[in-house]
Write a protein that binds this ligand. Structure first.
Ligand SMILES: C[S@@+](CC[C@H](N)C(=O)[O-])C[C@H]1O[C@@H](n2cnc3c(N)ncnc32)[C@H](O)[C@@H]1O
Length: 217
């Protein structure tokens, strides 16, 4: 049975829920990333959000940043209803440079002709895929992220106290990322990390076509 992701988003509506708290951390980190990430020669930034949901972590922050004028954002969300919500929200906020694609973010073919991003969000992803897929995805991130680009990611601690976020931090370090921040409240299971790609190979081949990075389980 596939998970009802529309229903999952409803937790955001309770301001004291863990999800709403996590949202505030992600948005806080994104505000910082928007001032500290690299940009192109015109001062513009490219942002990719994989498994973007309804985009509520990204869109309001871009609106308050500079009305979204300097950020070109690509939101990839497989669910058509959620992607339509994101599109509607972007229009409502007057954001001019948002592309919401109802597509499979786990398939490399989705990224054909997409330039590496200065900012990438992977929120609500690593807890829904296998450990092997987490490792494969992180190992491929340097094809999606520009040199010195910033990744914001989340992962929940499990109910038995195991904290897989530490493995993710180690894996990011093995793949050229340096930690900028890591938020792990003691009274909540969510963790939010922000990492910078400090060691990117000088030549990065394009994403291999027809390859799967991850699938939700
Ligand atoms: C846990 S939610 C996270 C949503 C959003 N990133 C957030 O943190 O609010 C996971 C989202 O991933 C989407 N999803 C699942 N598999 C996907 C895939 N292969 N490609 C794109 N989106 C996918 C789901 O529809 C769902 O909206």
């Amino acid at each position: 049975m596939t998970k009802d992701w529309l229903r999952w988003h409803q937790d955001y509506d309770s301001p004291n829920s863990s999800l709403a708290r996590r949202l505030r951390v992600v948005q806080h980190d994104l505000r910082r990333a928007l001032t500290e990430s690299p940009h192109d020669e015109h001062g513009a930034r490219r942002l990719i959000s994989i498994c973007a949901g309804d985009g509520r972590d990204v869109l309001p922050v871009l609106a308050e940043h500079d009305g979204g004028r300097t950020v070109e954002a690509l939101l990839i969300e497989r669910d058509p209803a959620l992607s339509q919500r994101a599109r509607t929200a972007a229009i409502g906020l007057g954001l001019p440079r948002i592309d919401v694609r109802a597509a499979d973010a786990g398939a490399t073919d989705t990224y054909v002709n997409i330039q590496p991003a200065h900012l990438l969000l992977a929120c609500g992803v690593f807890g829904n895929i296998t450990v092997n897929d987490v490792r494969r995805t992180i190992a491929m991130l340097h094809t999606l992220v520009a040199a010195e680009g910033i990744v914001i990611w989340t992962r929940g601690r499990t109910y038995d106290g195991h904290d897989p976020s530490h493995d993710i931090r180690a894996c990011l370090a093995e793949n050229g990322f340096s930690e900028m921040s890591f938020t792990s409240p003691t009274d909540a299971r969510f963790r939010v990390g922000m990492h910078r790609l400090t060691t990117r190979p000088t030549t990065v081949p394009p994403m291999p076509p027809g390859t799967r990075m991850f699938s939700f389980i």
